[in-house]
Design a protein. Structure first.
Length: 73
């Protein structure tokens, strides 16, 4: 098992997902639940293919953090 950071973005009509550490692996869905499932499947297929071809699996280089930014009145 490997742990992968996934970014989910809400658009006007759909949701998109990608992993900064796995370039080219993306998903789009009508709901958050759908895009999460599609992204999980895409990552499983992508990483399994890399494993079968003896390619090194991507190591996480990305972190995500929310920051509180004070604004003056």
């Amino acid at each position: 098992m490997t742990r992968v950071l996934v970014i989910i973005e809400k658009g006007e009509n759909s949701y998109g997902a990608y992993s900064p550490d796995v370039p080219g692996c993306v998903a789009v869905g009508d709901t958050r639940e759908e895009v999460e499932q599609l992204m999980k499947e895409a990552l499983q297929e992508h990483l399994q293919m890399m494993h079968e071809e003896n390619l090194p699996l991507p190591q996480s280089q990305t972190e995500a953090e929310y920051m509180d930014i004070p604004l003056s009145a």
